[in-house]
Each structure stands twice: as structure tokens, then as C-alpha cells.
Design a binder for this molecule. Structure first.
Ligand SMILES: C[S@@+](CC[C@H](N)C(=O)[O-])C[C@H]1O[C@@H](n2cnc3c(N)ncnc32)[C@H](O)[C@@H]1O
Length: 342
């Protein structure tokens, strides 16, 4: 019995890469959005008729049914009765264009550029300990940020991911953290991406003047105008704009310790005495078994890492920050606000 179970487990591991690709196919066909528009589950033949009307192309209903059934077997979507498909709580996350969508994350991680990175994972084990390279850079000769600057198709996926995932994170922050009221005036979002997070903070706390600071190509092509937010282009490894407080969401886990220290040093220099840095990032427990791999994505895509609470304390203390507080965010598992002061 035990041998058979481990045999099945190995088979399932060997084909586990397939699920994100089936999800990608379903998203590219637009099926999660078609089902979301209907007030009742839809038969696969009707799904194909809707797809044909929208695209002018006939769709093979047997293939669509097999794709949908493969996801139903994993409890994504529901088939009830046979051939009739509807959403369930998992599949709703795949509806594209909503503030709570994982569609863009699946499209990004299953993109050809994203997948190519994983083929180079073993090469990182041959790098020296001070290396800051990623599997993505090994595959493409440049970092994911430089790649996004030069490849418009990938940039669309990247900014789509930042927008939808940014929504989920910032909503969790605004729900679970009460420290923005005390920001005197200027809050600088370092590596702010599209500017969505700081714009939501300014909306909730209108006394704050928001600055969204990111690389020139992000500011030029990934941002929109948000009331109360100024976009500033630059390089956080050179300097960051001065502010009363600094916000940094999902940035430091992209970098190894040496690089993260360089960013923190520039943040420290940009703050007044008593000024606060508000970091939103992962708190990693390497011994906790979870259904997600919390650490390897960083190694593959950016060359960064997730850090435990004591590693965060050490990192912040090394650049002069003190009074470090951790405020876990219940709405976004494993994420916390890490507050520290100059
Ligand atoms: C994972 S994204 C997080 C974006 C945003 N904070 C969010 O949570 O949606 C990391 C951001 O760091 C920015 N970044 C990378 N290198 C940078 C640099 N040298 N200076 C400023 N920003 C940088 C990237 O362009 C990207 O927007």
C-alpha cells in the first residue's frame, strides 16, 4: 500500500507542472470571465458557442470539456450536472480584471520568459555566496526588471501582475495596519511600481502626500495619474527621495542581503531622526510545511530570498534602524508590516 501511495505521489509530482498551464489555457480562452457573467452554470457546448460568437472561431467542445474537467478534479470550478460548468470559491480567483484576481500571476509565471528561468535553477548552486544573480538573469542575460523594460509583451504581464496582486496586498495592509495616521506628511513608496499602493494609502489618509519612486521605465510606462501622488524616477541603489516616512512593499525580498542593506542605507539617509520605515514583506519560517513554496520563487525570478523575523531584525539593525515591530496581516497569509525607526 505504502509503495503504491509513493508511486502515485511521484507520478503526480512529475506532472504537477501541468495545472498552471491548464489554468493558463482556460484564462486565455476567457472562460472564467464568461462563467462570471452568467447567473447559472453553463453547458460546455454553450460555452463554445459564446466563444465562437466572441472570436469568430469554432472551439472544440470536447477539448474544452477535458480542460475544465481536469481543473474540476483539482476542485477548481464545479461540474454539475455532467458537462455543465460553474464557478466555485477557488475558480473565482481566475476571473481576469477584478481587484482580487490571480489570472495575471498565472500568465506571468507560465510565460515563456518566466518558464525559461526555471531551467537554470541548478546553475545558482554553482555561484559564490555573494552572488545576487537569479535563474531569470541566467536565462535572459538581464534581471526581470530590465527584461520588463525592454519587452512590451512581458511588461504588460508584469504590470498586470503588479496591479492585481498589489490590490490584494494593499487591501490587506489597510485592513490590518493602523500606523499611517502618524505619518507627518510625505510618504515615499520605494519600488512602488504602478503607484497603486501609495495611491490607496493617500485615499485612506488624505493628509499624506504620496511619492511613488521606481525605475525610469516603470514610471514612464507602468503608472497612471493618481490624485495626491507624485511619481519620481530613479535608482534606489543610488539614493531615494526624502520623506517623513518610507513605505516599501514586496521589494526587499527581491534582493540578497548585500543589496537589501544598500537600499536600507539609502532609506535611512532619506528619513528625519525618528522617521519610520514601513516594510510590507514575507515573514519566513523555513520549518513550517505549507502548500506554497515561499522562498524559491525569489531565487528564480529576482535572486532574492524570504527572511525570518530574526533575519529582518538583523538586516534593519545593520543599517541603524531600531524599535522593530512586526504586525502580521491576517488577510494576506505570511505577510506582515515590519515597522522600524531611525
Ligand atoms: C515586486 S515589485 C513591487 C512593486 C510594488 N511595491 C508592489 O508591491 O506592487 C518590485 C519593484 O521594485 C522596482 N525596482 C527594482 N529595482 C529598482 C531600483 N534600482 N530602483 C527603484 N525601484 C526598483 C521594480 O521596478 C518594481 O516595481
Amino acid at each position: 500500500m505504502e509503495a503504491l501511495d509513493s508511486y502515485h505521489m511521484m507520478l503526480s509530482l512529475a506532472e504537477s507542472f501541468s495545472t498552471p498551464f491548464v489554468i493558463k489555457a482556460i484564462i486565455k480562452l476567457g472562460i472564467p470571465n464568461i462563467l462570471a457573467k452568467s447567473d447559472k452554470p453553463i453547458h460546455v457546448d454553450e460555452i463554445c458557442t459564446i466563444l465562437q460568437a466572441a472570436t469568430g472561431q469554432a472551439h472544440n467542445s470536447e477539448i474544452v470539456r477535458r480542460l475544465m474537467q481536469s481543473l474540476c478534479r483539482k476542485n477548481i470550478f464545479e461540474e454539475q450536472p455532467a458537462g455543465v460548468f460553474g464557478h466555485n470559491s477557488l475558480s473565482r480567483w481566475l476571473i481576469d480584471g477584478t481587484p482580487k484576481s490571480f489570472a495575471s500571476l498565472f500568465l506571468l509565471t507560465t510565460s515563456e520568459a518566466g518558464q525559461a528561468a526555471w531551467h537554470h535553477l541548478h546553475e545558482l548552486a554553482l555561484e559564490g555566496t555573494s552572488s545576487s544573480t537569479s535563474a531569470f538573469a541566467k536565462a535572459h542575460g538581464k534581471s526581470i526588471f530590465e527584461f520588463a523594460a525592454n519587452d512590451p509583451v512581458f511588461a504588460d504581464l508584469w504590470f498586470g501582475f503588479l496591479n492585481s496582486f498589489g490590490h490584494i496586498i494593499i487591501n490587506g495592509v489597510l485592513e490590518g495596519y493602523d500606523g499611517f495616521q502618524s505619518v507627518a506628511q510625505v510618504l515615499v513608496d520605494v519600488g512602488g511600481g504602478t503607484g497603486l499602493s501609495v495611491s490607496k494609502i493617500v485615499q485612506a489618509f488624505p493628509h499624506i502626500k504620496g511619492v511613488n519612486f521606481d525605475l525610469p521605465h516603470t514610471i514612464a510606462s507602468g503608472t497612471q495619474n493618481f490624485p495626491g501622488v507624485e511619481h519620481i524616477a530613479g535608482d534606489m541603489f543610488e539614493s531615494v527621495p526624502k520623506g517623513d516616512a518610507i513605505y516599501m512593499q514586496k521589494v526587499l525580498h527581491n534582493w540578497n542581503d548585500e543589496k537589501a542593506k544598500a537600499v536600507l542605507k539609502n532609506c535611512y539617509n532619506a528619513l528625519p531622526v525618528g522617521g519610520k520605515i514601513i516594510i510590507v514583506d514575507h515573514i519566513f519560517d523555513p520549518h513550517q510545511k505549507t502548500v506554497i513554496d515561499q522562498d524559491l520563487g525569489m531565487l528564480v525570478f529576482t535572486g532574492g530570498k524570504q527572511r525570518s523575523a530574526s533575519e529582518w531584525r538583523e538586516l534593519l539593525a545593520s543599517q541603524g534602524f531600531s524599535n522593530v515591530n512586526f504586525k502580521p496581516l491576517p488577510a494576506v497569509k505570511f505577510q506582515a508590516v515590519i515597522e522600524a525607526f531611525k
